[in-house]
Design a protein around this ligand. Structure first.
Ligand SMILES: Nc1ncnc2c1ncn2[C@@H]1O[C@H](COP(=O)(O)OP(=O)(O)O)[C@@H](O)[C@H]1O
Ligand SMILES: [Mg+2]
Length: 317
């Protein structure tokens, strides 16, 4: 069931067109990722949904209701930013209470609500701490708890994990997903990180240069990219020209390889091997200019006795 509908949204800053004819339908309860390179318009689109920015034209509907010109506070959407934007002079508890004062008048009801969301993000034990006494991951959890306490129609997350280091990012990624599964709250998360989008999104909206390029499930976006931009942006890809000059996008893990020549195979020289944990990424050279990337499981590498300067035979398409 469509919950948020975005129709023909256009937005310019001065002469610069930032969003071009954006159309989108999101379902209730979905976890959606806006994915695209820096500057492609993701934040602007999120801010237009929140009401923090006005579109030049187009309409937005929440449920049956048109909200295009509605005040941000009347939309009941909560936003979490890359930087945590907590009040430094307030405790965790007070930071969350601040936004709730107009919403829940009774003090005990408010306390109950705050403790419930703190429990949800695993921070109940530090409710009396100040932001400067906490790690960055904990501060972002407080921002998340503050947003959840408002019981928003949609939770809007703008690169919430980008400022965190890799370990914390991965942990929080799982926590956000688990909270989403528990509460079923419709969520839009902006990210420029393809791995984040693939692992978290129910569906992914790929954007580039102010436009939506592809909308799909993570597997679709990865396995059936609509064009070369999507293929190249999401994961590693080899762009291979066939005899007719048509360019094909082939993932490193989909290239067939062997150490002996066979029918239709091409001879290449191994230039580099990169250890990637679960697999090795081989850089192969053929001809003068062309490089091909091939992913090989560790046990295959050992079995074939792969080492530098060996010839490897691959099938391109
Ligand atoms: N308030 C603004 N005034 C002028 N230009 C802006 C403003 N906000 C964003 N932009 C420009 O619009 C483009 C899209 O920005 P943004 O939506 O922040 O992209 P993203 O979030 O995908 O990185 C960028 O080129 C940015 O510089
Ligand atoms: Mg942004």
């Amino acid at each position: 069931m469509t919950y948020l509908k975005i129709c023909n949204i256009e937005k310019s800053f001065g002469k610069f067109k930032v969003l071009k004819d954006i159309n989108l339908e999101l379902n209730k309860g979905e976890f959606i990722c806006f994915l695209g390179p820096s500057g492609c318009g993701k934040t602007t689109l999120l801010r237009i949904i929140a009401g923090l920015e006005k579109p030049d034209s187009g309409k937005i509907f929440l449920g049956e209701k048109e909200i295009t010109n509605l005040q941000p506070s009347k939309r009941n959407l909560s936003m979490v930013f890359q930087t945590y934007a907590l009040f430094p002079n307030m405790t965790v508890f007070q930071n969350i209470e601040y936004g709730l004062k107009n919403k829940i008048i009774n003090k005990n009801d408010r306390k109950e609500k705050i403790e419930k969301v703190l429990e949800l993000v695993g921070l109940l034990h530090i409710k009396k701490k100040y932001p400067t006494e906490m790690s960055e991951g904990q501060q972002q959890r407080v921002s998340l708890a503050r947003a959840l306490a408002m019981e928003p129609n949609i939770l809007l997350l703008d690169e919430p994990l980008s400022a965190l280091d890799a370990k914390v990012r991965e942990k929080l990624r799982l926590e956000i997903k688990s909270i989403h599964n528990k509460l079923g709250i419709t969520t839009i998360m902006v990210t420029h990180d393809q791995e984040e989008a693939l692992t978290m999104g129910d569906r992914i909206i790929v954007m580039n240069d102010g436009k939506i390029i592809q909308v799909g499930y993570p597997e679709e976006i990865y396995n059936e990219p609509k064009d070369i931009f999507v293929a190249d942006f999401i994961g590693k890809v080899n762009l291979i020209k066939d005899k007719k000059g048509k360019v094909h996008a082939v993932r490193p893990e989909h290239i067939e390889y062997s150490i002996t020549p066979n029918k239709n195979s091409i001879e290449t020289t191994l230039e580099d091997i990169e250890f990637r944990g679960a697999f090795y990424r081989l850089t192969l050279r053929y001809g003068v200019e062309e490089l091909i990337y091939v992913d090989m499981l560790a046990k295959e590498k050992t079995k074939l006795g792969i080492n530098k300067n060996i010839k490897i035979y691959i099938k391109l398409i």
